[in-house]
Design a protein around this ligand. Structure first.
Ligand code: NAP
Length: 249
């Protein structure tokens, strides 16, 4: 799938992986619609129009998809919006906040599915290209889908759900010429990590077999680009983790 001259939706685009992805797709000629909760401080980027929308709001997402399809054809969707608060099942303050568990599932899993489904409806209306292809959706899971650590029960459940939906979504949407793939990153240096000490960061990097460094948002954006461009990769979750396997804590 070509990136030039198509519309692309990137969620979580105001920060971290989403922002790097929005910048990379725009630099390669896509008209990017960057969806996020708060876009007031989002870095200005050429060819990126920010749209304030919550991935848990069907109405706001329908609006964002309509905007992108209007400037269309909408062919690329990258789901990066996500949250990652941690809590143990039995913590110091008692049992895991059940509302927090639901919220993490709602944003990370239901939000990803809602964006995928509403965007697929718009992509399915576009003119098919070679071999009937119309578009591609890339989701973001995490290595925590496989090796969730202590305190990640909700986060891992949500990311495991994203891994689980990848193949059936690709199968469902195959007849419409839409591919679906997921990236499961290891530890990426995003604003989330900016608050930890240099020492702690070095410790995290030392745990990565090779390359022995933290991943950068640009590594993620590069893989998004490659998965968009490679028409034969479909229904797959790709780990991007330097062979990291997370320990329990
Ligand atoms: P980030 O810098 O916090 O970016 C995530 C963005 O999503 C933020 O701008 C956030 O807004 C937004 N967001 C949160 N809830 C939303 C909602 N309901 N609707 C719309 N936007 C929402 O995090 P990141 O590190 O780039 O992470 C991006 C994705 O990669 C997440 O799904 C994360 O789980 C996954 N991931 C990250 C890493 C890592 O090491 N960084 C590793 C594996 C997987 P607010 O800031 O206002 O909440």
């Amino acid at each position: 799938m070509q990136i030039q001259n198509v519309s692309a939706i990137v969620t979580g685009a105001a920060s971290g992986l989403g922002n790097a992805t929005a910048a990379a797709l725009a630099a390669q000629g896509a008209r990017v619609f960057g969806v996020d909760l708060d876009v007031s401080d989002a870095p200005a980027l050429d060819n990126v129009a920010y749209v304030k929308a919550d991935v848990t709001s069907e109405a706001e997402l329908r609006h964002a998809v309509a905007l992108a399809a209007e400037q269309g054809p909408l062919r690329i969707v990258v789901n990066c919006a996500g949250i990652g608060p941690s809590a143990r099942i039995l913590g110091r303050g008692g049992v895991h906040d059940l509302g927090l568990y639901r919220k993490i599932i709602e944003v990370n899993l239901v939000g990803t599915f809602t964006v995928l489904a509403l965007a697929a409806e718009a992509i399915a209306r576009t003119e098919p290209l070679d071999h009937g292809q119309r578009g591609v959706v890339i989701n973001t899971a995490s290595v925590a889908a496989y090796e969730g650590q202590v305190g990640q029960v909700a986060y891992s459940s949500s990311k495991g759900g994203v891994v689980g939906l990848t193949l059936p979504a690709a199968r469902d949407l195959a007849q419409h010429g839409i591919r679906v793939n997921t990236i499961a990153p290891g530890i990426v240096e995003t604003p989330m990590l900016a608050t930890v000490s240099e020492e702690f960061r070095a410790g995290l990097a030392a745990g990565v077999p090779f390359p022995q460094r933290l991943a950068q948002p640009s590594d993620f954006a590069q893989l998004v680009t490659q998965l968009i461009q490679h028409d034969y990769i479909n229904g797959e979750t790709v780990r991007m983790d330097g062979a990291l396997r997370m320990a329990p804590r």
